[in-house]
Design a binder for this molecule. Structure first.
Ligand SMILES: Cc1cc2nc3c(=O)[nH]c(=O)nc-3n(C[C@H](O)[C@H](O)[C@H](O)COP(=O)(O)OP(=O)(O)OC[C@H]3O[C@@H](n4cnc5c(N)ncnc54)[C@H](O)[C@@H]3O)c2cc1C
Length: 426
């Protein structure tokens, strides 16, 4: 079978469906492929921050978002080893409101919008590799359909958007390594106060080896989404598996209280993360990478749905531009990368550098000292919250020199305490 289109999108998660929606809205003929059949689950915390819900509203799904069955949050609680940070979501042009909606539902709604705009969806179709002309230009995608033994499918187009998450479709020097991993599980009938907050824990057990956190988010139907996220280098240093860390997290006081008597609703599932933008090449001749495929997860919050949709919207714009100019060259598609860098590069890269610094010296507790100072200083706390919500870069902390110097002094004294006993016993 051969299908001809203007644009092929590989993967129908938030990044792929958003690309397909915006490209079809601009008049392009879009073929959207996914190796899975929908609706499908995707391991996720299900949290949609204010900027993510803005992107979803832009796709005409405002009424769907406001369904009273959906979980809503407008505040956060972060429990460090000692410090507790809590407050309202930072005020922003996108409002304060975020949502907690199962991904099976969100991804289906986004896909339906793409189809309503005219994108042609092919479920159960796995993309195997790029088709190229004799001169090496991208000519489409070779694929196989599940249950089909009748050979290969050809999807022909001069432009391909790769939205396959952590899937292995676009190797060819484009993809970055997966640098994180997370696990999540649903629990029925969770208890607890502040159900309008997203709750994060950075416990002793989780952070001893570097950056990791656990979360509990309330869905609108009484269930909770509970999980743990960790950087892979940190996991490698730890003597524990992700599953063991997760099980120990469930026994943490604040978590156990909320889950007292709550039954697990399905198994714990884990999935990889690609954070921080650095290292990934997101464009080439006839190809653009969006969402997790382009390492678009925020390195501090672990949030990726909003960035997946946003990058898909930008890629769709450049797909339109490429067709209008009949130019699918890397020099034109670099415009997509430039736009993404201007919007998110600073935030993601600075966040990743902070995490790497933290992970390099886990005993120094850089983040815990920062939290301790922010707990006492409302202005710094607001900035920290804006960083976690993806509204500011880590560099904005430079506007709080006193906070930084106090946090640095705390970190230095922790480091000294670690070194001195060793010296004494040497
Ligand atoms: C446990 C966990 C918790 C998280 N919590 C949050 C959260 O609370 N909020 C948040 O915003 N983000 C969260 N994230 C990150 C978020 O899940 C991702 O950033 C998001 O799914 C990215 O969307 P995407 O469209 O790029 O990729 P995906 O959602 O992974 O979609 C990729 C699609 O591509 C398809 N595919 C793969 N390979 C092929 C192929 N060869 N051919 C055809 N189709 C293919 C897959 O079937 C899949 O449907 C979390 C991640 C994890 C692992």
């Amino acid at each position: 079978m051969t299908e001809v289109a203007d644009l092929i999108v590989v993967g129908a998660g938030p990044a792929g469906s958003a690309t397909a929606y915006h490209a079809a809205k601009n008049g392009l003929d879009v073929a959207l492929l996914d190796r899975q059949h929908f609706p499908r689950d995707k391991p996720c915390g299900d949290g949609l921050l204010p900027h993510a819900q803005k992107e979803i509203r832009l796709m005409g799904l405002g009424d769907w978002l406001d369904d009273p069955r959906h979980g809503i949050f407008d505040g956060y609680s972060i429990y460090g080893r000692k410090a507790v940070l809590t407050g309202e979501s930072p005020p922003d042009v996108n409002g304060k409101r975020g949502y907690v909606i199962p991904r099976a539902e969100t991804d289906q709604a986004l896909l339906e919008r793409a189809r309503q705009k005219g994108a042609r969806f092919f479920g159960g179709v796995k993309a195997l590799g790029l088709l190229r002309t004799s001169s090496g230009r991208v000519a489409g995608v070779e694929a196989s359909a599940d249950g089909e033994s009748s050979g290969r499918l050809h999807f022909e187009a001069p432009l391909v958007v790769v939205a396959d998450g952590v899937g292995g479709f676009a190797r060819e020097g484009l993809k970055n390594e997966q640098n994180g991993v997370a696990i999540r599980q649903y629990f029925a009938a969770a208890k607890g106060s502040r159900r309008n907050h997203v709750h994060f824990w950075m416990t002793e057990d989780l952070t001893r080896w570097g950056a990791a956190y656990g979360w509990l988010f309330y869905l609108g139907d009484g269930r909770a989404n509970v999980g743990v996220a960790i950087y892979k280098d940190v996991l490698q240093r730890s003597p524990h598996t992700l599953k063991e860390m997760y099980e120990s997290f469930l026994r943490e006081e604040g978590v156990a209280e909320r889950l007292d008597g709550a039954e697990p609703d399905g198994p714990a599932k884990s999935w990889s993360l690609k954070t921080g933008m650095l290292g990934a090449k997101r464009y080439g001749q006839g190809v653009m990478l969006v969402g997790d495929a382009g390492s678009m997860i925020h390195p501090l919050s672990g949030e990726g749905v909003g960035y997946a949709i946003e990058s898909g919207r930008l890629a769709a714009h450049w797909a339109y531009e490429a067709h209008a100019r009949e130019d699918f060259s890397p020099s034109l598609l670099r415009g997509y990368e430039r736009q993404l860098q201007r919007l998110r590069g600073r935030q993601h890269e600075a966040g990743l550098r902070l995490v790497r610094l933290h992970n390099r010296f886990p005993g120094v507790d850089i983040l815990e000292h920062l939290f301790a100072v922010c707990e006492r200083d409302e202005d710094s706390l607001q900035t920290l919250a804006r960083i976690f919500y993806g509204e500011a870069s880590v560099y904005e902390l430079l506007n709080h020199p006193r906070t930084l110097s106090l946090a640095a002094a705390g970190a230095a004294s922790s480091a000294l305490r670690k070194v001195l006993p060793q010296k004494a016993s040497a």
